[in-house]
Each structure stands twice: as C-alpha cells, then as structure tokens.
Ligand binder design. Sequence first.
Ligand SMILES: *Cc1c(COP(=O)(O)O)cnc(C)c1O
Length: 401
Amino acid sequence: MISALMPNYNRADLAFERGEGAWLYTVDGRRFLDFGSGIATSSVGHNNPHLVGAITQQAQRVMHVSNLYRVPQAELLAQRLVANSFADSAFFCNSGAEANEGMIKMIRRAQAKSGHPERTRIICFNGAFHGRTLATLSATGNPKYLDGFGPRVEGFDHVPLNNMNAVRDAIGAETAGIMIEPVQGESGIHVATPRFMRELRAVCDEFGLFLGVDEVQCGMGRTGRLFAYEWSDITPDILSTAKGIAGGFPMGAVLTTETIARHMTPGSHGTTFGGSPLACAAANAVLDILLAPGFLEGVRARAAQLDAGIDQLCATYPDVFASRRGLGLLIGLKCKADVALVQNAAIHEGMLSVTAGDNVLRMLPPLTVTEADCANALSMLDRAAQRVRAHVAAARPENVA
Ligand SMILES: *Cc1c(COP(=O)(O)O)cnc(C)c1O
C-alpha cells in the first residue's frame, strides 16, 4: 500500500486514526502521548472542539474564493496579528517555505525600491533550516539537502550563530538583510541569545539592513510568548511563521512593517490558496485560544514543569541524557546515548517525539498539553531511559555471546 508513495520520507510504522488533546490512537487501538505535534503543528491538540467547530462551520459556508475578492476572515486575522505584534500588515500563504520565500522576496524588493537594487544578499546562520524550495534550501545551506538539485540560488551568506564578529565581517555593499530563527529547530534546538538578537537589531539599523526572523517553528505561542522575538525585547522588520498557526490546517504568514509592505504593490507577489476563508477561520480559532487571558502563562508553566523534570532525568541518567536546551515548549534533550535509540524507547513507553540534529531529542507537545500529560511524559521518559540502559548493557561485548 505504502509503495505508491514516493520514498522521500523515513516513516515509522505507525498509522493513527484519531486524536484527542495530546493523545493519538493507532488504527490497531494503541495510544500515544504526542510530544511531536506533527512537528510543532497541532498546536491546540487533536480534535480541539473550538478549532474543529470553526473549520466545520466555515467549510459549510465557503472554503475558497481566491484573492480576486475581499476575504473578511483574512482581514480579521491580519488585524489581530498586527495588533499583537510589531507588524503593520500580513501576507498569508500555505507553508513555512512559502512564507520564507515571501520574506526573502520582500527584503530584496524593499531594498531595490528604496534606492538599493544592489542589495540582494541575505546573511543566514550555520545550522539554519528555512525550507525545501530552491531559494529556502540555499538559505538553509545544508549540503545534505542541496545534493543533486543543481546550482544554488545565489545570495545567501552563512555565519556561525551567536557570533557578532562573524556577522559584521559578512556584511558588504550587497547585503540586504539578516535572516534568523530565534530558536533553531531542525539542527538541534539552538537558541539565539537575547543579547545576540539585540546586537543584530543594532547592526541592521547601523547598515540599513532588514532583520527577518523565521518563526515558522518557534512562533505562534510555542516558546510561551506569541512570538519568540519578544524574549529579546527587540522588534524585527519582517517575520515568517507557519506550522502551528492554524493548528494543523496548512498555512503560512509573513508579517512586516509598512516600510517593507508599501513596496508590495498589486501584482508584485501572490498565491492562489493563500489566506482562504477556511485557512483563516482555522487560524482565527487558534488565535482565540492563544490570546485568551492566561493561556501563554499556562504554556510557560507547562514548560517550567517539563524543564524541571528533564533536568532531574539528566541528573539521574547521565549515561543516557546530556543536557536540556530550548525555550518554552520547544524542548531539546541532548542525548548521550544514540538519539534514535532514545526515541524508540520512548515510543515503546507510549510517547512520540521528533529527533533533531546534534543527537537531540525534540519535544514539542501541543500548547494545550495538561499538567497530568506532562507528568505522564516525564515518567515515560524515565522508563525509556531505563530501557536504553538495559539495551546498551546487553549490547556490551562481554554480554554478547
Ligand atoms: C518547518 C520549517 C520551515 C519549512 O516549513 P514548511 O511548512 O515545511 O515548508 C521553515 N523554517 C523553519 C524554522 C521550520 O521549522
């Protein structure tokens, strides 16, 4: 059955038929605590009644009309995102890569239309992940993902994260902007320090560059603030987000200031599906939940609970776990043992997670995860560590016949 699908994914042999909150149920009746959330995407949990209700009601009215017409749901969503961020306007699309393509184009266009057509290059960071389209792959810069896909898109320079001297050295007459994930997800949950973010803001102001943040993974409440840039007390010039924005419905967004947005005149950019009534109804329902009084405080409380528990596990099992990283509910557990072994042991105990680079186990529960779910996850991780210990002991040469 699976053979008709292209072999470009390495899939676990699990098939789910339904979900409820932070739990997923397989077709053969097993249940798993979902600490991956479809890679930070099922942000308000599975079968969330408010989200499902909004999607159902909107689908019964009208799903798609195109951007040839006004879309009141999109106008409302944009207005709410603007009211709760640095931005003056929003552009809606369908994925993280598409949002980043938009961000790259907008940075270049705003430079070109304000007298600097030579400014086309963007400074990116080692370990970044910006998506799988040709331009966002070049912005990502990872040779493994570029292999076999021909020439790179020109215009991306890579420097180490949290290294201001390297950033300053990379700035030239053709530099248009800087593009950074405030928390790198894919490469192992590396956090850009608030000080580094503030220094990037300052260097952008000094040289007339645009600061773009890729919050595809770390935005929309994931870190315990609506956007991760808020932790550093700076504002970017442009921001991309996607994954959790519509709770599992495909959607992306670019938020930016009037300085950039005014150059995106009619016809300059577009997308057929972007900002449809259905997608925006879903995202508005997610925002209802995220912006409810006390919700983000709750995310921070769950993060503190998990952080404390994980630190304790690192102390108890130093042969299995090395250290904890991350921000809010974007948690990285750097492993001593092979991360694939740890992930598998967790699956045996009933918990789903995602791996990241640098031998890191990535945990991204739904933002609606309960205190009891988190306690459950910590005991599953505890038992998984014991399982890994037993496995490693059994594999030692003296124990192998
Ligand atoms: C997932 C991700 C992307 C790409 O998003 P898609 O929706 O898969 O295109 C871009 N940037 C970051 C930081 C991501 O985590």
